[in-house]
Design a protein around this ligand. Structure first.
Ligand code: GCV
Length: 694
């Protein structure tokens, strides 16, 4: 492996972020590979910033910070011991049986000492990264005790990385950051140092599981389950010390394509035996293997339908093989007819996941997690929340987000998705004040399926192509840890870590400018792309840039139905596809009528005339014009703001972003002009402000 391969931008863990910690006298108390990771992080920080680290048992040392496993022996230093006692007292005061769990931690102060206590090593690691986030504030004497536990048990990334280069999709499907960090040209990449850096970054934002290959499983990728399992085990070894488990995407046809069986029918005994044997071998090699991810009967992937079985039969087959080893199967609910006839207005792709899966509620094994895309169609910049998330009380549900920016600017545009995800996770499907999507993903007593996000990382020096897209990865981890976090505060956290104030001449200006560039960027992107929730209008295939009718007469089921009189998809029960009726009563009622439907989703649910007046007071057509002119102005302002950072931040970051902002201005302008022109030509309605439309 060359030095070149391992040199990557430090993202949210630059050495400078460890300054406060590294200047302290630190005692680490506990054993095991994850505790060694903590020790190594602290040792590196102390070597750089003048602190000292001891690993107990150790002699009687005076310390400023102790990171201790609660079950470990008594601490040797009286000051450390009193900090631990203060932490224990705070825990008891917090109630709940004083339990921190597998991943939780407590931070408390006693005298001049900060203590981080955990029940298990992963908690200590998360506690360490919490200290990094806090910086000097972790050592303020007045700091009250804090207890942290993740809201969601599994916080997972799916990599859509191919082992062999796919002729159309390349090395990483929907990847916008170069090649894969795991695979190259059919083989493991061998740069495990880079994978280790990645694991560090993920642990620091709270991710604890990743699948390492695309859900579209080709012939080469299928073999990761069998003769190429060693390649997966090598990755697992590197991720383990950071508390991250490996999962594998498998093909449902594996017994046929790998095992030479005549069938993959889930009720066939030989098929069951094959999966059990292969899964046993996986666990012999990777004892903490997480489980399988499956895309079945979707976009050409094989599945149980071939054998006249349903998705519960299919998922339970793999669940049965995994159960003895404690593994889970993530079964994707992204199943729809991708050979639709555009002439047929009764078939509705948005309905598909509900229609396929809701009747199966209660039939899935306990170790099946049904992985549901957050919206009913496909990761658009605006969609309603999927009704499936409210309709399967007897199934473990995970919500799936897309960090890779397939439909949100492909990491050439600044589009900070934190506010959007936060909105999705806080959405209350049964009506305001009720349980939220995050509650569903958490489940009762942590029994939910958690959160899964499609990764946006590649071998690019900045990890994510666009340096500011790093914030999306950071944010998804943080929101999975705690969906109630304010996304603006998370953004500021990312800014402070990535652009540490102590290393910047004018940190206030830099922090404020970055925040202003990024915080509203999702809404800006929404303004200059497809209007009012109607979605798509992207260039077919690569999904970049505008093509209003690109999908209108195709088989993919993503239409806008614009004509000279109006636009939008009638998904009401009264006169449309009935999709609105898939929601619990509160939202079914709201979405059913164009008068009640929120503006931003109007065209998702209704076909309305261009003169329809929105809640905002504007007509649909005038809204389209106004939003698109405003969107481009906002991108231009964004670029102007960015330019004020020249000379104040790392020039490599500055220049990469500046070039991409030029492209964003170009692309947004193209969006504006194509959308406005299209609707002007269709409707014949001029812009009320007489601006230029072509
Ligand atoms: C991995 C969309 C993307 C596909 C992706 C699919 C999925 O359709 O365009 O590239 O395939 O979603 O989520 O499975």
């Amino acid at each position: 492996m060359s030095a070149e391969e391992t040199r990557a931008h430090p993202a949210w863990l630059p050495p400078e972020a460890f300054r406060a910690l590294g200047a302290r006298r630190v005692l680490v108390h506990g054993d095991g590979s994850i505790v060694d990771t903590v020790l190594d992080e602290v040792a590196r920080a102390c070597a750089r910033y003048g602190g000292r680290v001891w690993h107990s048992p150790s002699w009687d040392v005076a310390v400023d910070l102790v990171l201790a496993l609660r079950g470990a022996d008594e601490l040797p230093s009286p000051s450390a011991e009193s900090a631990r006692a203060a932490g224990e007292a705070a825990l008891v005061a917090a109630g709940s049986g004083a339990v921190l769990g597998d991943e939780g931690f407590l931070l408390a102060r006693a005298g001049e000492v900060t203590a981080v206590l955990a029940d298990a090593p992963a908690g200590l690691l998360y506690g360490l990264f919490h200290l990094v986030r806090l910086g000097p504030a972790a050592f303020e004497s007045t700091r009250p005790p804090e207890r942290h536990r993740p809201a969601l048990r599994r916080r997972m990334l799916n990599h859509w990385d191919n082992v062999a280069v796919h002729p159309v999709m390349g090395q990483v499907e929907r990847g916008y950051a170069g090649g894969s960090i795991f695979w190259r040209d059919g083989r493991p990449r061998g740069d495990l140092a880079r994978v280790r850096e990645y694991a560090r970054l993920l642990a620091a934002c709270g991710i604890n599981a990743i699948s390492v290959n695309n859900v579209n499983v080709g012939r080469t990728e299928a073999r990761l389950l069998t003769d190429r399992l060693g390649d997966v085990a090598d990755i697992a070894d590197v991720l383990r010390p950071y508390g991250i488990r490996v999962h594998l995407s498998v093909t449902f046809a594996a017994p046929v394509v790998l095992g030479g069986l005549p069938t993959a029918d889930p009720v066939d005994e030989a098929v069951r035996a094959w999966w059990s044997a292969k899964t046993r071998q996986v666990y012999e090699r990777i004892p903490d293997f997480g489980g399988y991810v499956v895309k079945a009967d979707s976009e050409g992937q094989p599945g149980p339908f071939t054998y006249g079985r349903d998705h519960a039969d299919g998922a339970n087959l793999l669940a049965g093989a995994l159960a003895p080893h404690g593994g889970v199967v993530h079964w994707r609910a992204f199943v729809y007819n991708h050979h639709q006839d555009w002439r047929d207005r009764s078939t509705d792709r948005a309905r598909a996941a509900y229609d396929h899966f809701v009747p199966l509620d209660g039939r899935f094994a306990a170790n099946v997690v049904l992985q549901v895309k957050f919206g009913p169609v496909d990761f658009q910049v605006r969609e309603p929340v999927s009704p499936v998330l409210a309709a399967m009380p007897a199934t473990r549900l995970a919500v799936e987000l897309q960090v890779t920016q397939e439909y949100t600017g492909q990491q050439r545009h600044v589009c900070h998705l934190g506010p959007w995800w936060s909105e999705v996770l806080r959405f209350a499907p049964w009506g305001p004040g009720g349980r939220t999507v995050a509650d569903v993903a958490a489940g009762e007593a942590g029994s939910g399926g958690g959160l899964v996000a499609v990764a946006n990382v590649g071998d690019d020096v900045f990890w994510t192509g666009h340096p500011l897209a790093q914030a999306n990865l950071y944010t998804v981890g943080r929101l999975a840890w705690d969906p109630r976090l304010d996304p603006r505060a998370v953004l500021d956290e990312w800014i402070a870590l990535t652009f540490p104030p102590s290393a910047i001449a004018d940190p206030k200006l830099v922090g404020r400018t970055l925040h202003d560039v990024m915080d509203g960027s999702w809404r800006t992107y929404e303004r200059y792309t497809a209007p009012l929730g109607v979605g798509f209008m992207v260039h077919p295939g690569d999904h970049y840039g505008p093509d209003v009718d690109g999908y209108e007469y195709t088989r993919w089921g993503t239409y806008h139905f614009a004509d000279r009189d109006g636009v939008g998809v009638d998904r009401s029960r009264a006169s449309g596809t009935g999709f609105a009726g898939q929601y619990p009563p509160y939202w079914a009622h709201v979405y059913e009528s164009p008068e009640r439907c929120p503006d931003e989703l109007l065209l998702f649910f209704h076909h309305v005339p261009y003169g329809h007046v929105l809640h905002s007071g504007s007509t649909v057509i005038q809204h389209i014009y106004d939003a698109h002119f405003a969107g481009v102005e906002e991108v231009e302002a964004m670029r102007g703001r960015w330019r004020t950072l020249k000379g104040l931040i790392d020039p490599a970051v500055y220049e990469r972003v500046e070039r991409r902002l030029d492209e964003q201005v170009r692309s947004a302008t193209e969006w504006r002009d194509q959308i406005n022109t299209y609707f002007f030509r269709k409707s014949g309605v001029p812009d009320a402000h007489g601006r230029r439309i072509y």
